[in-house]
Design a protein around this ligand. Structure first.
Ligand SMILES: NC(=O)c1ccc[n+]([C@@H]2O[C@H](COP(=O)([O-])OP(=O)(O)OC[C@H]3O[C@@H](n4cnc5c(N)ncnc54)[C@H](OP(=O)(O)O)[C@@H]3O)[C@@H](O)[C@H]2O)c1
Length: 326
């Protein structure tokens, strides 16, 4: 019988367990996907640990907001898709019941998008949430244009690396931020035009140096916390700050730059819109086709090692995505 990861109580990685469950038949308008790979995200860790932004229905909750596989069965009325089509699971806001941590899941047909040609399942599992978030925050909200100087915090992470590549695809100038000077070379190799290592330099002073004294046109921030006030001063007069994450759980300080336009970007709201999802999927497929977008995978686990995968995520040492294959 197919396997699925469930948890009956919130807590550490050990609450996750693999159980056998029969496949569910897709209802009208739904598709069943045989999952080939899924990614482990910081949100999964929060939900599992009981820090979900919304209540999780326990027991027997599922996890996993992104993955990839092939269409395995079609519900009645589904058009434009066929059994065997390779797809990406484009939006799983109801991950507690349809989560990607499984061998099969059932979704509304308009929540899958075509898998870009030439992208293997492991790389495809690392694409959607990170690249959609970086694209949505930088392009759709902040209006990133060619030539913009874009400061990217947590640049070593999934969203950060996606942002570097998307800035390059658009013709903007990505300036990566890391807390560790040991990561400078790998971020330059990942396409950053410049790297600021905050363990040895001041973020505001270094940004002005890299931008001819002007400051960043756009800041993409996945950290928040008390550093937000100082970070905001690295933007130019009239610049834009788009926040996507909260890697620093301490209370965020208010931006100290009064001329900033600030967006708080949540990708789920856009992912569930099929028109937006198709448009972003087309942009990402173009980037994969030209080779500018290359999802970086740090490590691959098997489904039976899901507890180990979460322990590894919690270490915080990954550079790129953690992916699981059934
Ligand atoms: N808004 C949305 O729709 C959306 C979508 C996806 C993700 N997110 C959120 O965005 C954030 C980033 O996600 P991700 O998948 O890119 O994470 P990730 O891959 O786990 O990012 C890890 C990187 O972030 C840096 N980092 C970790 N903790 C930090 C801290 N306390 N202060 C500063 N830097 C820190 C580290 O880089 P260095 O060691 O090099 O500094 C680390 O390599 C998370 O909070 C996630 O929940 C939001």
């Amino acid at each position: 019988m197919p396997r699925v990861v469930v948890f009956d109580e919130t807590g550490g990685p050990d609450v996750l367990r693999v159980v056998d469950e029969p496949v569910v038949e897709p209802a009208a308008g739904e598709v069943r996907v045989r999952i080939e790979a899924f990614a482990v995200n910081p949100l999964d860790q929060m939900v599992r640990a009981g820090q979900s932004p919304r209540p999780v229905p326990l027991p027997h909750a599922r996890l996993g907001v992104e993955g990839t596989g092939v269409i395995d069965a079609l519900g009645s009325g589904v058009t434009g898709l066929a059994v065997g089509d390779p797809v990406i699971l484009g939006a799983i806001p109801d991950f507690e019941t349809r989560g990607a941590y499984a061998e099969y899941t059932v979704l509304p047909a308009d929540r899958v998008v075509p898998r870009p040609a030439g992208l293997e399942p492991v790389a495809a599992a690392a694409l959607w949430v990170s690249y959609f978030t970086a694209y949505g925050a930088l392009v759709d909200r902040a209006g990133m244009r060619p030539g913009d100087q874009v400061l990217i915090t947590a640049a070593s992470g999934g969203v950060g690396r996606a942002a570097i590549q998307i800035a390059n695809q658009i013709g903007a100038v990505p300036i990566a931020v890391t807390r560790q000077s040991a990561k400078v070379e790998s971020l330059l190799a990942a396409g950053a035009a410049a790297v600021i290592a905050t363990d040895r330099e001041d973020i505001g002073e270094a940004t002005r140096r890299h931008t001819g004294g002007v400051g960043a046109d756009i800041i993409l921030d996945a950290v928040m916390g008390p550093g937000l006030a100082e970070l905001s001063l690295a933007a130019k007069l009239g610049g834009t700050l788009a926040t996507v994450g909260w890697l620093d759980p301490r209370p965020a300080s208010f931006p100290a730059n009064p001329s900033l336009t600030i967006y708080r970007y949540m990708s789920f709201a856009d992912m569930v819109d099929p028109v937006t999802a198709r448009r972003v999927a087309a942009f990402l497929a173009a980037g994969v086709r030209t080779g500018v977008l290359q999802p970086m995978v740090d490590r691959v686990f098997t489904l039976n090692d899901i507890v180990e995968a979460h322990r590894y995520l919690e270490k915080g040492t990954a550079t790129g995505k953690i992916v699981v294959t059934p």
